[in-house]
Each structure stands twice: as C-alpha cells, then as structure tokens.
Design a protein around this ligand. Sequence first.
Ligand code: SF4
Length: 253
Amino acid sequence: MPTTYDSPAAEKTRQNHEILHGFYPPLTLETPRRSPMRELISTLLSHRTTHHDEELAYDRMLEAYGDWEGVMAAPTADLAHAIRTTRWPDTQAPRIQEILRRIKAEHGEITLDFLMDWSTEKGLAWLMDMPGIGLKTASLVLLFNFHKPVLPVDTHVHRIAQRVGMIPPKASADKAHQLLLAQLPADALVLLNFHKHNYWHGQKICLFSKPDCPKCPLKGFCNYYREHYGPATHEALAATPKRWEEDWGKLPH
Ligand code: SF4
C-alpha cells in the first residue's frame, strides 16, 4: 500500500526517511564532525545567528584566548566583545564560561569525552542542566559526536513534520522529539540521516515562507501539499525529481 495523505503519522515518518534518504546524499557515522566541545559551544553561539556569524564568533573567541582554559579565564565583557557577531553576546559569554567552569570542576579537564560511557538519559540530563542548553543542542552533541539514539528537532525538522502530518499541527519541538523518536528505529545512523536530510530539505525546498512543493518528493502524502494544491496528480508525481541535483546548488553544512 502506498503512503497517502490519510496514512498514519508513523507511516509518513518512515516514508519521509526512505524517500529523503534516496533524494539526498546519505551520511555515515564516520562522516567527519566538529569536536564535541566545538559542537556544544558552536550550537550555543548559533541561536538566531547565521552560520557565517556563528563561525566568526567561534574563531574570534579561540583566536583571542587560545583554548578553553583561556576562554574560561577571560574577562566576561571582553569575551562578549569577541563573540559580538552572535545574537546575544552579553548572555552567551557568561553562559560559556559557566559551562567551562562546571566541566572543569566536575571532570578535572575541559572535555566531553566522558559522555561516551554515559547512558543517553544521563547524558541528556547532564547537558540540559547547563545554562542555555536545551533538548535540541543536547541531542545534537549526543547524536553527532557520541552516536547516541536521539533526534535533534530543529526548526526545519519541526516544520516539515507538522506540514507532512508526521506530528499534530500544534505539537511543540520537544513533543516532536518524543513522537518522532517513537516512530523511528533507535538507531543512530537512521536518526542522523533523518535529521540531516530534513534539515537540508527545510533549508533548500520546504522553506519557511515559500516551500517549493512542485520539486518535493514528499508531495504524495504531505498535508500541506494537499491543502494548497489538491491531491498530487499522476503527472505531478511523475515530474518530481528523484534526487538532489548538483546544479541546484551546494547543500548546507
Ligand atoms: S510538499 Fe511542500 S510543504 Fe510538503 S514537505 Fe514538500 S515542500 Fe514541504
């Protein structure tokens, strides 16, 4: 039975994964990543900030203070100036220093490597106890760096899940995390690909203000598509590209 507009949410989620996994380049768990500390602090810096400005803030911070010990010891106002391209430098600077102090006090050195040996639940709880770290950032670090079976739900994953009907239209991002995880296998490779492919899809095709639905391979069961165009015709489905084409541009990081 093909997945349709009226299929159960879990069926739509599985179909989303299968189709986007064929549409976009697949990732492996070996795909090079940023270090765990970089992932944590960069994600904090990225809140409501472009990727370019987040990287600029990160590079300026490390250039100015050399390493995490230097960042931790820096005058907070100076650190805020170094990361001024982030959205809220005066809030983020003391948060970064508090996180570094707590890691050092609890583990003797500034590293997150201990998370590898911790359970997913313990790691999530520990990370989310840090100032400014929510479920999305904690999940990103645990999935990308330690291959724990969690699902970061960013604004793109959340929007697509709502539009397609993988979750109820008003479900929050934290609720989406719980619902989507229950619909997918507890497998880090699947979750990494699901997250990243939906992230790319949200950045390139299922845009916030103007989704490019004619190009989208999910149109055959996406509620938003049916509401705006009617059920996809045989012609519309046949004309849908089967994979991302390089001349459409580079995929985001
Ligand atoms: S059909 Fe349109 S709204 Fe639905 S997922 Fe695709 S681009 Fe987004």
